[in-house]
Design a protein around this ligand. Structure first.
Ligand code: NAD
Length: 502
């Protein structure tokens, strides 16, 4: 039986009002419309944001353009930008309780997890600050007596940054500090469901010394605001994290003016498990990989590919441990799995489980929907006997639903792992080095975890193959992504004439 923790009293929750940040000013939207956010955990109003219109988005883009073309930010030294990013990191750390609370209450994520994410975000901002001092091009002094080449790295310009609701503060941190480190200016649009912590970041950046117009933060729907941000001719690059469907739309919009596009999209990430693995370690990682963030995680280990000899026993042990996972009020520090983001999303998850069950799949640990008297919750749900043609084997459910498939040979495991449109991450569990390396080389995904799952650090690049995205974030090249390359081809001495022989 999953432990269910009752949400705390509604009266404890306060409504917070937010404006948007354009050209260094906190402002209402042109039409004075607002977006209201109900806490997914409690079903009550907790945040009210000013809702941007197309005109507001254009104003924000104009401010970012002006700040890039005429402002001090791109002309500062890397060291000066680095110091401001370090100050921002310190301020984020100082306000991390407030930021974590906003993410917990708007996204329904457990508060303890949010605190961990804030720590991770601070680390990323500091890493980006370090890279700001180290951005450089190349020189070629080996091209002959008369030629020298210098390759410059220049900030690409105005970047539109669009983020999803599942890791509101962490994901903007995978983009914005690197864009700023390069000398870019930005228009940021968080998800309209979880904009609070990103708006608070605006206050932090201004206090840290980021000049006016360098970072503009607007809230609005994708159809109205996101569409302008991805198509406007004054935007040079779009950095998007979200669903594959909207990523595709983003690329189409950006194609009209041939903008650079960076996409971090969905996943259907397998964990392949061999009988010689340390199964105690794996079972813990399976439970973490599937239920962390209520499975609303691009990296969720939502597909287990188990060797048939261990499948029954391992599935039973995962079910046993899953039953101990604490699902409930995100504000309770002992909660491990919080609320589902919206009632509509819960319905979508339930529809996947019902269709699988009607298709003959065994719901071996039927956590299902939980009624805690407010908000929307779902307990861990394990589907076994899944075959590779089923929707729950191929599509991103984005909820606490784990699909279990089986294999007999290593080649078959690799085929199953690669038989989806996604390629974000994968895990392999075996004590045999050759097995791990073979899987590591042949599974087509941006990250392969070996005998671990969902570890991460700013030094290691992250991103997807195929329909999981385009480009990589983090890692030592993360700042370069926000630059253009310019070649200076220089001549020394007199040229050999083309028309007039010399
Ligand atoms: P979503 O695609 O619905 O929305 C993402 C963002 O795009 C939001 O800010 C939204 O307002 C905006 N948007 C919507 N329509 C738009 C349009 N027409 N033009 C421009 N912007 C538009 O995704 P979501 O539901 O917020 O997030 C869940 C998805 O994000 C999942 O698929 C998940 O896998 C993915 N994700 C990927 C990563 C990664 O790093 N690969 C990380 C987190 C989430």
């Amino acid at each position: 039986m999953t432990i269910q923790i009752r949400p705390q009293a509604i009266s404890d929750l306060k409504v917070r009002e937010f404006q948007m940040l354009i050209d260094g000013q906190w402002t209402a939207g042109a039409e004075g419309k607002t977006i209201e956010r109900l806490a997914p955990s409690h079903g009550v109003l907790v945040s009210r944001y000013q809702s941007a219109t197309k005109a507001d988005a254009e104003r924000a883009i104009a401010a970012a353009r002006k700040a890039f073309d005429f402002g001090p930010w791109p002309k500062m030294t890397g060291g000066e930008r680095s110091n401001i990013l370090l100050k921002a990191a310190d301020l984020i750390a100082q306000r991390s309780d407030e930021l974590a609370y906003l993410d917990a209450i708007e996204a329904g994520k457990p508060i303890s997890q949010c605190r961990g994410e804030l720590g991770g975000a601070v680390d990323i901002w500091r890493y980006a600050a370090a890279l700001a001092r180290n951005l450089h091009g190349e020189s070629y002094n080996t091209l002959g007596e008369g030629t020298m080449g210098v390759v410059l790295r220049e900030a690409i310009g105005v970047v539109s940054i669009i983020t999803p609701w599942n890791f509101p503060f962490l994901i903007v941190g995978q983009k914005l500090p690197f864009a700023l480190a390069a000398g870019c200016t930005a228009v940021v649009k968080p998800s309209e469901l979880t904009s609070g912590s990103t708006l608070l970041l605006g206050e932090i950046l201004m206090e840290a010394g980021v000049p006016e117009g360098v970072v503009n933060i607007i809230v609005g729907t994708g159809a109205e605001v996101g569409a302008v941000m991805t198509s406007h001719p004054d935007v040079d690059m779009v950095s998007f994290t979200g669903s594959t469907a909207v990523g595709r739309l983003t690329m189409t919009n950006a194609a009209q003016t041939l903008k650079k596009v960076s996409l971090e999209l969905g996943g259907k990430n397998p964990q392949i498990v061999f009988p010689d693995a340390n199964l105690d370690e794996f079972i813990d990682a399976a439970v973490f990989g599937a239920w962390f963030n209520a499975g609303e995680c691009c990296n969720a280990g939502s597909r287990l590919i188990l060797h048939k000899d261990i499948a029954r026993d391992v599935t039973a042990r995962i079910a046993e441990l899953s039953a101990k996972v604490k699902v409930g009020d995100p504000l309770d520090p002992s909660t491990q799995v919080g609320a589902i983001i919206t009632p509509q999303h819960l319905e979508k998850i339930e529809a996947y489980v019902s269709a699988a069950s009607e298709g003959g799949v065994t719901v071996s640990h039927a956590g299902g929907t939980l009624d805690l008297g407010m908000g929307q919750y779902m307990a861990p749900t394990i589907l076994s006997g899944v075959t590779r043609d089923m929707a729950v084997a191929k599509e991103e459910v984005f909820g606490p639903v784990l699909s279990v498939l089986t294999f007999e040979t290593l080649d078959e495991a690799i085929q199953i792992a690669n038989a989806v449109d996604y390629g974000l991450s994968a895990g392999v569990w075996s004590s045999n080095f050759d097995t791990c390396m073979t899987i590591g080389r042949r599974v087509r995904a941006g990250t392969i975890w070996m005998n671990t799952f969902m570890d991460g650090t700013p030094e290691l690049p992250f991103g997807g193959y195929r329909q999981s995205g385009l480009g990589r974030e983090l890692g030592k090249h993360a700042v370069e992504d926000y630059t253009e390359t310019k070649t200076l081809n220089m001549h020394i001495g007199s040229r050999t004439g083309w028309w007039m022989p010399r």
